[in-house]
Design a protein around this ligand. Structure first.
Ligand SMILES: Cc1cc2nc3c(=O)[nH]c(=O)nc-3n(C[C@H](O)[C@H](O)[C@H](O)COP(=O)(O)OP(=O)(O)OC[C@H]3O[C@@H](n4cnc5c(N)ncnc54)[C@H](O)[C@@H]3O)c2cc1C
Length: 401
C-alpha cells in the first residue's frame, strides 16, 4: 500500500488506489466508478498544503496534465492544464510580453492547487490567485464535464474560484494575466517600532510589501533570513520599474523580471497557520501579535510573516470583499505547540480572522457561516455539483456538508 504524504510530512494517508490519468474521460470514468462503489475521489497539486485537504480513497494523479495550452496576448488570457506550476508560467508568458500579476513566496505549487486554496502574494492592490480564474473545465461529482465561465455564470465562477476541490476535478483553467513587468526588490532590516511608523505609507507606495518579525535572536535562521536580531523586521519592498532603469543596486537590492524576483527558498522544517484580518486594524493586530508571541516564547520562535492582500469576489476566499492583513505563524514539526496556536486563533477570532485553506486552522461550520457572507450559497452550489459528497473527506465534510 502506498502512503501519500504532503511536502512537509504533517499529513499522510493510504489511498486505496492511486490512478494516473491524462484525459477528461479517464477522470469521468474514475468518478463514475467511485459513485457506484460509494468511495471518494480527489486529486492533488504539488502537496504544499498543511491541512488534510487531499485525503481520499482514490487519488487521481494528474501529473501528465501539465503545461500551457494557449496564450491569447490580445485578451491577456492563458489556458493551462491543472498541474502547471506557478514557475512554468514565467518564461513562456514573458515571450508574449505577459506575466502573472503577483506571486507568493514559492513558485512550485500547481496552478489548480493555488487557485483552490486562494494562494496569494503580498500587495494591497493585488488579490489572490483565485481572482485570476476566468473560467475552467471540470469533472463534477455526477461525472459530468462542466464548463464554468465568467460570461455564462459569474456566480458559479465566484463559487469555483476558491473551492478546495469540492466542486470537481479541474482539467483546464483560464487565467487572467497582465503586461510583463520588472521589479526592483529591496530587503531591509528595520526595528519593529519603526515599522509601525512606516507601514501605512509603505503599503501604498510599494507594489509589493511584506515583512517577517523576529521574536528571538534565533528566529531569522529558521527561514533562511540573515542578520535580523530579536524585535527586528525583515521588510520586503518591491517597486515596478522600467526594464532599462538606471538603478544603482545596493547589497540587499535586486532588479529583474517579475517572476525571477518573487520565489524564496524554504526548508521543510515548519507547519504554518495563516489568518486574514481586516487591513484597517493593522496596527492593533501587529501590536497584539507581538505581545502574544513574546508571552509564548519559546514555542513562538518562528518569524511572524505579515502580508497584505486586496479584496476579491471568490465566495470562499478569505479576501471575499475585504482587504486583509495576512498573519502567518509557524511551529516546528514534532513540537506540541497547539496551546500557542489556539491562543493565536483566539486573538484572530477577535478580529474576525478568516483562515487560509491550505494552512492549519481551527474552523467549525458555525464559524465559517459567521465569517463568510456567501457560505450558504457556496454550500448550495457544492451540493448541486456533488450531491453524494464524492469529493468530501473527513476534514471537509464537517465544514461543508
Ligand atoms: C513552503 C511553502 C510556501 C508557501 N507559500 C505560500 C504563499 O506565499 N502564499 C500562500 O497563499 N500560500 C502559500 N503556501 C500554501 C500553498 O500555496 C497552498 O497550500 C497551495 O494550495 C499549495 O498548492 P499545491 O499545488 O501544492 O496544492 P495541494 O496542496 O496539492 O492541493 C490543494 C487543494 O487543491 C486541490 N486540487 C489540486 N488540483 C486540483 C484540480 N485539478 N482540481 C480540483 N482541485 C484540485 C487539492 O485536492 C487540495 O484540496 C505555501 C506552502 C508552503 C509549503
Amino acid at each position: 500500500m502506498t502512503v501519500w504524504s504532503n511536502w512537509v510530512g504533517n499529513q499522510s494517508f493510504e489511498p486505496r488506489d492511486v490512478a494516473a490519468v491524462s484525459t477528461e474521460s479517464e477522470i469521468q470514468r474514475h468518478v463514475a466508478k467511485a459513485l457506484v462503489a460509494g468511495s471518494r475521489v480527489r486529486t492533488v497539486g504539488t502537496a504544499h498544503s498543511f491541512t488534510p485537504i487531499v485525503e481520499t480513497d482514490v487519488l487521481l494523479d494528474l501529473s501528465a496534465m501539465r503545461g500551457i495550452v494557449d496564450i491569447d496576448a490580445d485578451h491577456r488570457l492563458v489556458r493551462v492544464l491543472p498541474k502547471t506550476t506557478i514557475g512554468d508560467f514565467g518564461e513562456p508568458l514573458w515571450k508574449h510580453g505577459l506575466a502573472l500579476a503577483n506571486q507568493g513566496d514559492i513558485d512550485t505549487q500547481a496552478i489548480a492547487g493555488s487557485i483552490a486554496t486562494a494562494t496569494h502574494g503580498s500587495g494591497r492592490r493585488f488579490p489572490s490567485f483565485s481572482a485570476t480564474l476566468e473560467g475552467a473545465r471540470l469533472v463534477d461529482g455526477n461525472g459530468q464535464l462542466v464548463d464554468v465561465t465568467r460570461q455564462a455564470n459569474p456566480d458559479l465562477l465566484a463559487a469555483l474560484q476558491t473551492s478546495i476541490g469540492m466542486l470537481g476535478i479541474m482539467t483546464e483553467l483560464t487565467i487572467k494575466v497582465v503586461p510583463a513587468y520588472h521589479l526592483h526588490a529591496r530587503t531591509d532590516i528595520v526595528p519593529f517600532a519603526e515599522v509601525l511608523e512606516t507601514f501605512e505609507r509603505d503599503i501604498d507606495v510599494y507594489r509589493h510589501y511584506g515583512l517577517f518579525w523576529m521574536p528571538t535572536e534565533d528566529s531569522a535562521r529558521l527561514y533562511n533570513l540573515d542578520g535580523a536580531g530579536a524585535d527586528d523586521c525583515v521588510v520586503k519592498r518591491y517597486l515596478e520599474v522600467d526594464a532599462g532603469a538606471d538603478v544603482k543596486l545596493g547589497s540587499h537590492e535586486r532588479m529583474d523580471r517579475s517572476y525571477r524576483i518573487y520565489p524564496m527558498v524554504y526548508d521543510p522544517n515548519f507547519h504554518e497557520v495563516e489568518y486574514f484580518l481586516p487591513l484597517e486594524r493593522w496596527r492593533d493586530i501587529l501590536v497584539e501579535m507581538r505581545r502574544l508571541m513574546l508571552r509564548w516564547h519559546p514555542l513562538s520562535m518562528y518569524p511572524l510573516e505579515i502580508r497584505v492582500v486586496a479584496a476579491e469576489d471568490a465566495w470562499m476566499s478569505p479576501n471575499y470583499h475585504r482587504d486583509n492583513l495576512v498573519v502567518s505563524i509557524s511551529g516546528e514539526p514534532g513540537v506540541d505547540y497547539w496551546p500557542y496556536l489556539r491562543a493565536c486563533d483566539s486573538l484572530f477570532a477577535e478580529f474576525g480572522g478568516r483562515p487560509h485553506w491550505g494552512k492549519l486552522h481551527f474552523m467549525t461550520a458555525d464559524r465559517l457561516a459567521r465569517l463568510f457572507p456567501r457560505y450558504e450559497d457556496f454550500l448550495e452550489v457544492r451540493r448541486q455539483f456533488d450531491p453524494t459528497g464524492v469529493f468530501l473527506n473527513d476534514h471537509l465534510r464537517p465544514l461543508f456538508e
